[in-house]
Design a protein. Structure first.
Length: 261
């Protein structure tokens, strides 16, 4: 479905069920250079269990009009305006990677509007390697290769998907290569610049940190400072999962989200 935010068209997937504003709302926010497709399985599971789901394409991503927003704070403010456009008084936010930072910042900016935040693949800081920043700034296809490689654990590199013929890394590369020029670089710079310290102290709602035991992009140990700073936080580390846990260990992610939200 489509919304208008700041006079721009925004696309949101609804998990295969009609969005109903009267049901508890869950807004799902993707990572850098990606779009709503990363939430295909979790969105469907939540939507078929009494939640109204919006898996959003952020500005300039997927089917949403651009331009991409240059900072985490601006993206978080945009999410609050999206809630207004969708006539949602309160929502739970589920964010992955860059989306987790946006979710955290939105909960800090508008604590009365956010019921819960689930932060997947998150760390207190998310510095981006200079080589990756350079490749993204130059719109090199190599940037997508680097992200896909670093984001997947052994299951993504060597197979093991229960669905025959599904290649996780190839799918991620394809998705990242569809990103419009400049969007990837903008996202990565925003992640590199953001510090969770100030926002974590202002979050009032319960939070879940969902971490991959084999995550090389946001190692689980790097989330300890954030977990301590959040007032009502639980942490779960998924064995065998890398950064792209939604595709690598979908059952564990879905179970954790259903339990938390």
């Amino acid at each position: 479905m489509h919304f208008q935010v700041d006079d721009k068209s925004v696309f949101a997937a609804t998990g295969g069920r009609q969005f109903e504003s009267g049901q508890p709302a869950v807004v799902m926010l993707h990572g850098a250079g990606m779009d709503h497709i990363v939430w295909a399985l979790p969105a469907r599971s939540l939507a078929h269990r009494g939640r109204s789901v919006l898996a959003i394409d952020l500005p300039g991503h997927g089917r949403s009009e651009g331009p991409a927003l240059p900072s985490i704070a601006m993206m978080a403010s945009w999410v609050i305006r999206l809630l207004d456009a969708a006539r949602i008084q309160q929502a739970s936010l589920v964010g992955h990677s860059m989306g987790s930072l946006i979710s955290l910042e939105a909960a800090a900016q508008a604590p009365a509007r956010i019921r819960r935040v689930a932060l997947l693949g998150v760390a207190a800081r998310m510095p981006v390697h200079p080589d990756l920043l350079k490749a993204a700034a130059e719109d090199q296809p190599h940037a997508a290769d680097l992200i896909a490689s670093w984001a997947h654990g052994p299951a993504g590199h060597f197979g093991g998907n229960p669905a025959p013929g599904v290649w996780r890394m190839g799918g991620a590369q394809r998705l990242l290569n569809q990103t419009e020029p400049g969007v990837m670089a903008s996202d990565l710079v925003a992640c590199d610049a953001y510090d969770t310290a100030a926002s974590a102290a202002r979050v009032k709602c319960p939070s879940l940190l969902l971490l991959g035991a084999l995550d090389r992009m946001t190692p689980a140990a790097k989330a300890k400072v954030l977990a301590t700073a959040l007032p009502d936080c639980r942490t779960m580390v998924i064995p065998g999962a890398g950064h792209m846990m939604m595709s690598e260990t979908p059952d564990a992610v879905i179970d954790a989200l259903l339990d938390f939200i």
